[in-house]
Unconditional design. Sequence first.
Length: 202
Amino acid sequence: MSIIMAVKGLKEEIERVLITPEEIAARVRVLGQEIARDYRNGAAKDPYGRPLLVVGILKGAIPFLADLIRAVDLPLEYDFMSVSSYRNGTSPGEVRIIKDLDRSISQRDVLIVEDIVDTGNTLDHILRLFRARAPASVRVCTLIDKPVRREVEVPVHYVGFTIPENVFVVGYGLDYAELYRNLPFIGVLKREIYEEARVANR
Ligand code: PRP
């Protein structure tokens, strides 16, 4: 199979495009402006005036973070954290650190960047962990918020798009079985794709 056919196949597995690349780009620009404005106008609390530290949660946040930081007109640094949540088998909400931050966040202004806040368990865990490290401030920016799925209340300061229905979205970082992250839009995965996988795993 050629590469072109494989890419075509990926898009064919999408039922409908929910958010176009143009809509994502426009929203990211606005979020970047809001973030820059807020941190210039009092959101920054670092007593030493160090740059904002943007923390991307791997892997889904990568495309969003890459675009967002270029829309924020502020001095900033970025770092990454990788966590894994156990959804099947063990109790929900159990989160393990795979890769921790490279540097201390003590007395720093931290902006966590997520691709999606779903049940809220991952973010809740990360926030608890970060607060224990005494940062100057912590805010959260997510591309997608899915409040219908929330199990734990978490503070989210910046939201790209709120998805009111419980649909399975992929693209622009969001995956199903590690695939579809490279789609330039956010779309709804065809039901038969994950139904097939469910049957195969039986
Ligand atoms: C996704 C997403 C969030 C989390 C949200 O990560 O990036 O971190 O799930 O879900 P929650 O609100 O129900 O906790 P995932 O574990 O799928 O890893 P990934 O980013 O590598 O795809």
